[in-house]
Design a protein around this ligand. Structure first.
Ligand code: ATP
Ligand code: MG
Length: 218
């Protein structure tokens, strides 16, 4: 069993996109996969609903929890139920520093933290490093640059700024480019590697394979 948390506090960085893609790859390996959707926009719940219309694809289960509608105990209980019943549980983080966020953070086996090369995203890094640094256990976290172009100055600046945090927030060496295919995949209920025909994008599929290997190792 693995509990994989995708995302930290920053909004709009690709948490839902990466949750969907990593979950699709895990499911394709015959693992029973659940997603705990804490995103108020329910992006990933909608993705799972569209995926149900594609029965040839390995299905994933989604549990949606809306902030403010459940107690802290209910959140924790639901998460535990998923952990007990599935091989992998992905938490698509809502983007707020709530108690459930902290509890899931403490329980997570792996945290994938996407960031976009931008000053606003970089500004969130010291706080995140502090939160992570306070946990007594070693947290297995990887920061991945999303919508990033290695030739851009902002990307290079982000990489050099992140070096100061490498003990707590190691940056993955491979980054993810801005590609329309990620949007099409979300729209179709697929992972990018499952896009077909004119939608097929080998570069995106390879990128997700690299991300997958960087996160799970095999
Ligand atoms: N690599 C990418 N290339 C192109 N578009 C992307 C990429 N990653 C994410 N997007 C798009 O950026 C937007 C935000 O992505 P996403 O919904 O995954 O972020 P999020 O962190 O879950 O946001 P929120 O904080 O609102 O939950 C979406 O429209 C998504 O399709
Ligand atoms: Mg989201």
């Amino acid at each position: 069993m693995s509990l994989i948390m995708v995302g930290v506090e920053k909004g709009g960085v690709g948490k839902s996109t990466l949750t969907q893609n990593l979950a699709a790859i895990r499911a394709s390996l015959d693992r029973r996969v659940a997603i705990y959707d804490l995103d108020n926009q329910a992006t990933t719940s909608k993705w799972v609903a569209r995926r149900r219309d594609l029965p040839a694809l390995p299905q994933v289960y989604v549990e949606r929890m809306e902030e403010g509608r459940h107690t802290q105990e209910e959140f924790a209980l639901q998460l535990q139920r998923l952990i007990d019943s599935y091989d992998d549980v992905f938490v698509d983080v809502g983007g707020k520093d709530t108690e459930i966020f902290r509890a899931a953070l403490a329980a997570a086996d792996i945290i994938v933290a996407p960031l976009i090369p931008s000053p606003a995203d970089l500004d969130t890094v010291p706080d995140l490093a502090e939160v992570i640094g306070k946990f007594s256990k070693k947290i297995d976290i990887r920061v991945v640059l999303n919508q990033a172009d290695p030739r851009k100055r902002m990307t290079k600046a982000m990489i050099s700024e992140m070096a100061a945090f490498k003990a707590t927030l190691p940056l993955m060496s491979k980054m993810i480019a801005n590609r329309e295919s990620y949007k099409f995949a979300t729209a179709q209920g697929r992972g990018v590697a499952e896009l077909e025909g004119s939608f097929w994008d080998g570069n995106a599929a390879n990128e997700m394979k690299d991300l997958y290997l960087g996160v799970f190792g095999k």
